[in-house]
Every structure is written in C-alpha cells, then in structure tokens.
Design a protein around this ligand. Structure first.
Ligand code: SAM
Length: 282
C-alpha cells in the first residue's frame, strides 16, 4: 500500500469510468497515482493532472509507472484542473472517454509537517496544495476580518458559533504555525482547519469552474466520476448533474451516491465521508 495516499473507492470509480482499452482518460487529481494505476491496468491511457509538484515527483519516479510513461500511455502535467480544457486541447487528448475527480487533499499533504495541513502535526501554517499560490492559511487568519473569517468557518467548516470562534482566533493573532492555531481552535480544530484548507485552495470555485469544461471535452457516452468528501461539494455536484440531466445533456448514472462498503471502511476509516457520483454525456 502506498504511504503517499490510499485510493478511495478505487474499483468502483474505475468500473463506473467504464474503461475501454486504449480509451483516453483524465485523472484530474493524480495524487499518489492509485486511480491512474488502475485505469492503466484496465487498458486505458491516462492524462494525469495535479497542482502539487510533490504528487508528480512521486508518481514519475515509481518504477511501476516507468513503462506507461515511456510509452506515453501516461502523461503527467502539473496544472490546476481549472485549466482542464486547455490542457486536454494542448495535449491533443480528445476524444476523452472519462474524467475522474477525487477531490480534497492527499494523505501525503495531510501528514507532511512542512505542508501545514494538519491540526495534529506541528508545522508552518501553510495548506497550499500548489506551493506557488500567493496566500497561505497563516495569511488568511492574520489578515481576514472577523466577519470574513466567520463566514468561511461557517460555510466550509459548518461551525455553528463561527463568529465567536473567528473573534477568538483574531484576538490571538499573528500565527505562523499549525500548533499556535490549534491551541485556539481547540475542539473545533478539525472543522476550522478543513475550512481554511478549502479557502486557501479555493476548492469550491475550482470544482464549479471545471465541471462544465469536463462535460465539454468528454466524448458522447463519456463519463465523469466525482468523489467528494464534503457535503457542500457533494451538493454542488449533485445539483449540477441534475440540471444537466433536465436540459438533456446526459444522465446521472448514480441516483444515490456510491459510498465505501464496510470492508473499505474497516481498512481505511478515512474513506467514511466519500461520495461518488457519475454523469454520462449524451
Ligand atoms: C485525494 S488526492 C487524489 C488521490 C489519488 N486519486 C490517488 O489515488 O492517489 C487529491 C489530489 O488532488 C490534487 N488537487 C486538488 N485540487 C486540485 C486542483 N484544483 N487542481 C489540480 N489538482 C488538485 C491534490 O493536490 C491531491 O494531490
């Protein structure tokens, strides 16, 4: 098992992608390459994107991927998936048979102290998936107003007393480390850190921006598979798929989201919030 990331809903995602031999697939969230490896194993070709250089470095040095890389069955591009259409066009990757989004952070990001994602691991308060982004989590907490901070804690972290927590955070600024912030966020640390991560990486905007592009570049009967870990993300995907179905652009193949089975939950408790939805283009 990879220590970089343990793929969630691996077999379901690849079965729903309906991998065709020599079909072209986009793994928009490469991470440790778990899903990409399974798509390749099933005969598909993969254009793998990640905004985190460490993911690309990891996958490109794994011996198991060398053959696929040298034969161009696997192409790796560092990019934010908001540029999906441009990358697909530039790589001449159409017709695209399927696109996978496995959202959120990788284990590697979460457990590497220097990346500053975890309230349980001391490190700089960073949380940028793309280390070229201008603002770290420390920049946000040190510069946002109480109202702005409360708004993101409430919407992304679902923290009921968001304003009082925001005020408490601001009373103790400035912050440079995860530990300093976690001392103040206390029992709400998990939610507060998640909210900050989503804000730093502008995660909801990214998914809203990319899904229409994904629909555009898919070939007819091509599928997109989206795995979310947050109720806001899941709702967004569900609503968009519903609207597309109503306007005749295709159909949702999963009336209810696919979730990990008891075996996967036991082996990987972190998969508990995963929800997978599938849309097929007409
Ligand atoms: C949950 S991990 C994917 C794990 C992968 N499926 C595997 O099997 O190892 C999510 C990955 O998506 C990347 N990511 C998240 N948002 C992104 C975006 N907007 N553009 C590009 N990559 C993104 C993260 O950097 C992270 O490496």
């Amino acid at each position: 098992m990879s220590t970089f990331h343990q793929p969630v809903l691996l077999q379901s995602a690849c079965t729903w992608l309906n991998i065709q031999p020599k079909g072209r697939y986009v793994d928009a969230t490469l991470g440790g390459g778990g899903h990409a490896a399974e798509i390749l194993r099933r005969g598909g070709l993969v254009l793998g994107l990640d905004q985190d250089q460490e993911a690309l470095d990891y996958v490109s040095t794994l011996s198991s991927f060398q053959l696929a890389l040298s034969s161009k069955k696997l192409i790796l591009i560092r990019a934010n998936f908001i540029h999906l259409e441009e990358v697909v066009t530039h790589q001449k990757w159409q017709p695209v048979s399927g696109i996978l989004f496995d959202l959120g952070a990788s284990w590697h990001q979460l457990v590497t102290p220097g990346r500053g994602f975890s309230f349980q691991i001391a490190g700089p308060l960073d949380m940028r998936m793309d280390t070229g982004l201008p603002n770290t989590a420390a920049d946000l907490v040190n510069n946002l107003s109480a109202k702005q901070l409360a708004s993101l804690l409430r919407s992304y972290g679902e923290i009921p007393a968001a304003l009082s927590l925001a005020k408490r955070i601001i009373d103790h600024k400035p912050y440079t480390t995860t530990a300093e912030l976690a001392t103040v966020t206390g029992t709400w640390s998990r939610q507060a850190f998640q909210a900050l991560r989503m804000a730093v990486n502008d995660e909801l905007t990214a998914i809203t921006t990319v899904l229409p592009q994904a629909l555009k570049v898919l070939r007819p009967a091509g599928r997109m598979v989206v795995i979310t870990f947050h109720s806001l993300e899941d709702r967004l995907v569900k609503n968009l798929f519903q609207n597309w179905s109503k306007t005749g652009l295709g159909q949702t193949l999963t009336p209810r989201p696919v979730t990990p089975d008891p075996e996967e939950l036991a082996a990987n408790p972190k998969s508990h919030s995963a929800k997978l939805r599938v849309f097929e283009k007409n």
